[in-house]
Design a protein around this ligand. Structure first.
Ligand code: BTN
Length: 247
């Protein structure tokens, strides 16, 4: 079944509009897309620079009917779907840095921000927001020390259709949500692990209020946690944190 795509010239944040629609009863996979955002948000309170005419800024309403233990997999699933959409529409080797940064040639082209709300009298609502630097020139992107920002045009040498990436992302997110809802958590994680950008790399993970963990990146586990094998043989399972390369 096709669900509506609401299009805007500019929004503060497509995630906010999608949440507003969801709270008003919008169906799962209702999409919101804006040509530009005046207050685009990234993970951990960062801003997501959203110039008009060049980037894809979109959010999807999700009404997940998954086991509570599978909820963290929802965010991985949205990143997996974004990486697949970019691979299929551009032929670039898009990979995922846990939890859901999309990298091409170890530079960041896209990110996912998942936000949830649990109404007192209703089912949980999740919003998945996708930002992709599609035809943006690198000089218009913010500086990032590690995994520098890049765009699809910079990596491939030609422009790409934002609409194609959007419809492929919706299609892949529908697919993986169906898989997860029918008990296919292992399948989701296996597909995510096959596109893991940092598997086997030396990494450093900083966790809010937790210790810094150093070791070898060993993929995601069945619950979506990042596995890090430390030098002393201990296997750490990270629920939330920021991953950097150990250089
Ligand atoms: C990140 O990598 O930090 C996540 C970036 C997510 C940006 C997208 S753009 C569409 C949606 N609306 C927002 O305000 N943020 C997300």
């Amino acid at each position: 079944m096709d669900t509506p795509i609401y299009r805007f010239k500019e929004l503060a944040s497509t995630n906010d509009e999608a949440m507003r629609l969801a709270q008003g009863g919008a169906l799962a996979f209702t999409a919101v897309v804006a040509d530009s955002q005046s207050a685009g948000r990234g993970r951990n309170g960062r801003a997501w620079v959203s110039p008009g005419g060049t980037g894809l800024y979109a959010s999807l309403v999700l009404h997940p009917t998954v086991r509570a233990g599978d909820i963290p997999l929802l965010t991985l699933l949205c990143g997996l779907s974004a990486a697949e959409a970019i691979r299929e529409t551009t032929a670039l080797d898009a990979r995922i840095k846990w939890p859901n940064d999309i990298l091409v040639n170890m530079r960041k082209v896209a990110g996912i921000l998942c936000e949830a709300s649990i109404p007192a009298d209703g089912d949980p609502i999740a919003i998945a927001g996708l930002g992709v630097n599609v035809n943006t020139l690198p000089r218009d992107l913010p500086e990032r020390p590690l995994f520098p920002a890049t765009s699809l045009v910079a990596e491939s040498g030609h422009c790409h259709e934002r609409e194609e990436i959007l419809s492929k992302w919706i299609e892949r997110t529908r697919h993986w949500t169906r898989v997860l809802e029918s008990g296919g958590a292992r399948e989701v994680v296996a597909a995510w692990n096959a596109l893991d950008a940092l598997r086997g790399a030396g990494i450093r993970v900083t966790q809010a209020g937790g210790p810094e963990v150093n070791g070898t990146e060993a993929g995601a586990d069945a619950e979506g946690r990042l596995l890090v094998l430390a030098g002393d043989g201990a296997l750490h399972r990270i629920l939330a944190g920021d991953v950097k390369l150990n250089v």
